[in-house]
Design a protein around this ligand. Structure first.
Ligand SMILES: Nc1ncnc2c1ncn2[C@@H]1O[C@H](COP(=O)(O)OP(=O)(O)O)[C@@H](O)[C@H]1O
Ligand SMILES: [Mg+2]
Length: 290
């Protein structure tokens, strides 16, 4: 069987997007200060941080929504200009914003092809659009019973799926998802995390913006922490734990210190013998031993 033209080839993972020294101000607010960020095709990079850390601003710089004040964006080592959403699309950077921007009254097919409808002799080619929608949804292992129902009848997870499927029209290299599981229940979250893995399997680079560390630890290959608009740590998925991430997010972890190291011996502090202090990790270790 001939492969569907909308099924992209597996990518090699050699291509990557690099942001260096990104600054962004909103008037007196320094939303981003000298931020570095990189994503490779075929990997899931999570971008985490507290409210106001600058995650959405960084994503919007990449999506061409906000111009940055300083720094560079490079694709495969060449400096590129992402001055508008159209530029981002041209460069293969697709973004699914938190509000999804779906048209509630239109069906799944219409939403996925909105603005990029397939035409046949000047008329909408509904058959081709529907066929390709199914190819895409099957490839994403998406659980959507019908593509001819209005989006308003779908669950939160299914809507997220439609928004992600729409972002794949045009075969982007990088797909950015801003808080894709924020409004979802447990089962729908699992569905979306599964979808993120399918995106990685297809060879897209995925940027997952999330404040849910369980989701992040479940699916990310690499985790980048922002704090107060600056880089504050980067972890491979294997070395990351929620304790380390929380420390980086809240600023109790010094990013210049090598990770993870045991605490250096301290001068013995006066301890009340009747009130022993058991560190969390000690409690956890004990549970493991028992
Ligand atoms: N359009 C804007 N105008 C003014 N300030 C903004 C704007 N967008 C974001 N900010 C500010 O920039 C900082 C970073 O915000 P944001 O990127 O939304 O953080 P996050 O997504 O990590 O919660 C915050 O202090 C926020 O108030
Ligand atoms: Mg945000």
């Amino acid at each position: 069987m001939r492969p569907d033209p909308y099924t992209p080839p597996r990518r090699s993972g050699e291509h990557f997007l690099t942001m260096r020294g990104i600054d962004k101000r909103f008037g007196a607010v320094r939303a981003l200060t000298s931020v570095d960020f990189r994503v490779r095709e075929g990997e899931v990079v999570a971008l985490v941080g507290d409210n106001g850390a600058g995650k959405s601003t960084l994503v919007k710089v990449l999506a061409g929504v906000h111009p940055h004040d300083a720094g560079t964006v490079e694709l495969d080592g060449d400096v590129v200009h992402v001055s508008s959403p159209a530029d981002a699309q041209e460069l293969g950077i697709a973004t699914v914003f938190q509000d999804l921007a779906l048209c509630e009254n239109l069906d799944v097919v219409a939403n996925i092809w909105l603005g990029r409808e397939l035409l046949e002799q000047g008329r909408l080619d509904e058959v081709a659009m529907e066929e390709r929608t199914w190819v895409l949804l099957r490839e994403l292992a998406a659980k959507i019973p019908s593509v001819r129902v209005p989006v308003s009848t779908l669950s939160g997870g299914q809507r997220q799926t439609v928004a992600i499927a729409r972002s794949l029209i045009g075969d982007p290299r990088i797909v950015i998802l801003d808080e894709p599981t924020a409004a979802l229940g447990v089962a729908q979250t699992a569905e979306v995390l599964n979808l993120i893995e399918r995106l990685r399997d297809r060879g897209h680079g995925v940027v997952l913006v999330s404040h849910n560390l369980t989701d992040v630890l479940a699916v990310a290959d690499r985790i980048v922490v922002l704090r107060l608009g600056r880089n504050n740590g980067e972890f491979d998925a294997e070395e990351a734990t929620s304790e380390l991430l929380i420390a980086a997010i809240t600023g109790t972890l010094d990013p210049s210190r090598p990770l993870p190291t045991p605490d250096p011996p301290r001068d013995p502090a006066p301890v009340e013998p009747s009130a022993p202090v058991i560190p969390l990790s000690g409690a956890r270790r004990r549970r493991g031993v028992e």
